[in-house]
Design a binder for this molecule. Structure first.
Ligand SMILES: [Zn+2]
Ligand SMILES: [Zn+2]
Length: 345
């Protein structure tokens, strides 16, 4: 089968690989229909994720059809259309029993990282019963791909951890796919204002279309002062970090109002300053989280009821044969205006 293989920092190729096989009775083999590329895949390609070793098939998002189910898989059978969660959950370990699937001692984020992933014609999914979700009939499969990772991530790490409530003022720093998924799911809670901050005007225009009340381009470094004048000098109830660099984490510290929350979503590779000398008396909360994907069933229902339309984030479509062009397009988002790309196998 064809698969996109990480060959070490800066190197990747579309290779012919053997078909995956059932290794444990709780596994399923899924024939991939659609997959996508994540910012995390670009981090791996840069060499930022040493736990991902050369030879690994990348990808942790996608939808497909169950080809074979192991003898202990009880809720799925061959022919079922399924959403592949970016997080693998055994459902039995201490963390899974707490709903913290991200830290599952037998799973967690392993797909396209510690085991072969979804940017291929077929993938082996461990603990299939609790790591795959049947796709309801009314859900578009492209929309479902967006629920493998970015929508649960934006919702759980940004909106839930940010404790977004009716009437709140929310700032989301970073209008990439994750920031935009946060914007869309924050609206479940009817905040009064959702301010998006980025340095890319195209992304800010998309944000405006998707429900942002105010958008600020911080290329001039004035976004914080603009938010302050907009909020009467108070700041925001939830400052959500969706970039993953030190300066945007510091910006969230400048944006948060007394009593507010800084919810970090970004994947940080560098240490970032925490200005406790300014924040120690401001009653704020800082949260971090790796997505657990506990909200995936709920998010599927909101897609069925058309409360959200995740397809709004899809800008480009490719075939698996052309996945290297898909990487080029996704990796040069500033010039291609790419948000999420769909890869049809
Ligand atoms: Zn991802
Ligand atoms: Zn577990």
């Amino acid at each position: 089968m064809k698969a996109l293989v990480y060959q070490g920092p800066g190197k990747k190729a579309l290779e012919d690989r053997p078909m995956p096989t059932i290794q444990a009775s709780t596994d399923a083999i899924v024939r991939i229909l659609k997959t996508t590329i994540c910012g995390t895949d670009l981090h791996i390609l840069k060499g930022d994720v040493p736990t991902c070793t050369p030879g690994r098939i990348l990808g942790h998002e996608g939808v497909g059809v169950v080809e074979t189910a192991g003898s202990d898989v009880t809720t799925l059978s061959s022919g079922n259309h399924v959403l592949i969660s970016c997080i693998t959950s055994c459902s039995k370990c201490e963390y899974c029993r707490k709903g913290m699937y991200s830290h599952c001692v037998n799973g967690g984020w392993v797909l396209g990282h510690k085991i072969d992933g979804t940017q291929a014609e077929y993938v082996r999914i461990p603990y299939a019963d609790t790591s795959l979700y049947k796709i309801p009939q009314d859900v578009d499969e492209e929309a479902a791909v967006m629920l493998s990772d970015i929508f649960p991530t934006g919702f759980e790490c940004g909106v839930l951890n940010g404790k977004v409530k009716p009437g709140d003022t929310v700032a989301i720093v970073g209008a990439g796919p994750i920031g935009l998924a946060t914007l869309m799911t924050a609206q479940f809670y009817a905040p009064t204002r959702i301010i998006m901050i980025d340095v890319d005007d195209n992304r800010l225009q998309v944000a405006k279309r998707l429900g942002a009340t105010d958008v600020f381009n911080d290329s001039d470094g004035l976004a914080v002062s603009k938010v302050m004048s907009l909020t009467g000098g108070i700041g925001v109830d939830a400052a959500i970090e969706a970039v993953g660099i030190p300066s945007t984490f510091v910006m969230c510290q400048e944006l948060v109002a007394p009593g507010g929350v800084i919810a970090n979503i970004g994947v940080h590779g560098l240490k970032a300053d925490l200005h406790l000398e300014k924040l120690w008396d401001r009653n704020i909360t800082i949260t971090t989280r790796l997505v657990d994907t506990v909200s995936t069933p709920m998010l599927l229902k909101t897609v069925v009821s058309k409360k959200i339309n995740p397809k709004d984030l899809i800008t480009h479509r490719f075939t698996l044969e052309n996945i290297l062009s898909a990487y080029d397009t996704f990796g040069n988002a500033a010039s291609t205006q790419a948000l999420k790309v769909i890869i049809n196998t």
